[in-house]
Design a protein around this ligand. Sequence first.
Ligand SMILES: Nc1ncnc2c1ncn2[C@@H]1O[C@H](COP(=O)(O)OP(=O)(O)OP(=O)(O)O)[C@@H](O)[C@H]1O
Length: 324
Amino acid sequence: MRTGHDLELVHVTKRYGDAVAVNDVSHLFRGGSYVCLLGPSGCGKSSTLRMIAGHEGVSAGSIVLHGAEVTHLPPARRGTAMMFQSYALFPHLSVRDNVAFSLRMKGVDKPARHRRAGELLELVDMARHADRLPSQLSGGQQQRVALARALVTDPQVLLLDEPLSALDPFLRVRMRAELKRLQRELGIGFIHVTHGQDEALALADEIVLMNDARIEQAGPAREIFNAPRTEFVARFMGGHNVIALPQGRFALRADDVRLAPEGAEAVVRAVEYQGGHVALTARMAGEQELLALIPEAAFFADPKHPGDAVRLAWDEGRLHRLHA
Ligand SMILES: Nc1ncnc2c1ncn2[C@@H]1O[C@H](COP(=O)(O)OP(=O)(O)OP(=O)(O)O)[C@@H](O)[C@H]1O
């Protein structure tokens, strides 16, 4: 296992004409960690990733990898590698030659590059398909090959742009575990762009949540979920209510709201069975709606229906003050 190298963005900005896609972003990506760059469509995630990869120039600022400025280096000389959403495999090359491609470009002799490609195909469990063409592989298999191909240059940081979005939900969860395993085994940094908060929570040591061309909040996954700084973070991460009280605005986790004999009066608006729990939406005085996630057994011991009057309670200590 290798010690990871830190990657730092220093006041990085990207403009396309008048539009600002990334606005003065600074961040230190810790070496060897799994970071998810998360945010809604158009917030600047892919532009950030492409600048790190060198596929896109910066408009201002610098990018530093392990103490060396790489801002203006071509992609192949940065120590990063990118895995694309579409995998971008060469259709006329075998799996082995796809993986070995960039070594061929570097002038590595055939036995050496085939040996290295073989090792990486082993790593992603695709060695037995080395002679196939990409068209003879499933989506999940193509993705493993794309991963092996990106890793063949021994990058210090692997960049992944929505790597799971083309897979069906079942395969997505399986590949998610694979990515995490690979990252742990290799000990290099992964920066993974996604718009799925569940994907980021499942994978990331650190989540960097972007909104409107800036970083809204960054931190360990549990911190982002449990201590959202702003209303945007609370709503984007989901599972929270945002409530207005005389003292300010607060986030309150839906699983911290319970039905109780004493509490705020409310009228049930909707009830949804979700397996392990029931999602109950109720309207309180002042038109505020509150979502409560109630454990299945507790709910069905005394089921409620739309229109029923209920009382909702929570512990004051679970209210989390929002700063914007
Ligand atoms: N080549 C381009 N020319 C002009 N504008 C662009 C270009 N690429 C991106 N943009 C704009 O920059 C902003 C950020 O785009 P970017 O692709 O980085 O966002 P994103 O968060 O990755 O979104 P998505 O999840 O939809 O891919 C968007 O408003 C987008 O329209």
